[in-house]
Design a protein around this ligand. Structure first.
Ligand code: 5GP
Length: 190
């Protein structure tokens, strides 16, 4: 989407390790009207899917998922990053590898927040290798919830997550697709 590419061109900063920093509008300081535009684009694409919940992972997905959930008129659920090693019997749990922090962490969702009647829209700020999304898909599968679509703000399409999810049959809508961050320059897919 043009609005997202323009904003990345203007305010995104390329950091070492093929990381795009978007701290001035998406990850730290948040431009809520930009998120509203994202939410409206997701509603336009996924609006006929009878979504019952919008699901994300803390922390940076929360703002995007909240405004999106309001747009759909449904609750938002965020998977919590768990530090506890205790296996709680009333939670769904999955293990995720963090690309940006180079470590594994567990995500948990209470059983009463997601169930087999739910049709879920998964959202996140970035899609890179797809680890975070696969953690959420694992949790939805444990809950018996149906995943009706995946909405992403920024897909790094030079990493394999988006391609793999589409090959698995998921409808992935990304606001911007970045094909390269080489030499500190952002190049978008046409
Ligand atoms: P994946 O799990 O798809 O490999 O990576 C997605 C997660 O890693 C996102 O939730 C996001 O927080 C983080 N991430 C991946 N690449 C970037 C990046 O270039 N910039 C930022 N800010 N976060 C990223």
């Amino acid at each position: 989407m043009e609005f997202m590419e323009e904003r990345i061109r203007r305010d995104g900063k390329v950091a070492p390790g093929e990381i795009l920093k978007v701290d001035t509008f998406l990850n730290h300081q948040i431009d809520v009207s930009l998120i509203r535009q994202i939410a409206k684009a997701l509603k336009e694409h996924f609006g006929d899917r009878e979504i019952t919940k919008v699901v994300t992972i803390e922390a940076s997905g929360i703002a995007i998922a909240s405004i999106t959930a309001e747009e759909f008129g449904v609750p938002m659920v965020f998977a919590k990053k768990s530090k506890s090693r205790n296996l709680n019997s009333d939670t769904y749990k999955s293990r995720v590898y963090s690309y940006t922090h180079d470590r594994y962490y567990d995500i948990v969702v209470n059983e009463n927040a997601l169930n087999d009647g739910d049709k879920v829209l998964l959202v996140d700020d970035f899609l890179a290798n797809g680890q975070a999304m696969h953690g959420l898909l694992d949790i939805c599968q444990q809950a018996g919830a149906e995943v009706a679509g995946i909405g992403i703000c920024i897909e790094k399409s030079f990493q394999p997550g988006g391609k793999a999810l589409r090959e698995e049959g998921y409808d992935v809508l990304s606001m911007a697709k970045i094909k390269s961050l080489e030499n500190g320059t952002v190049e978008f897919e046409q």
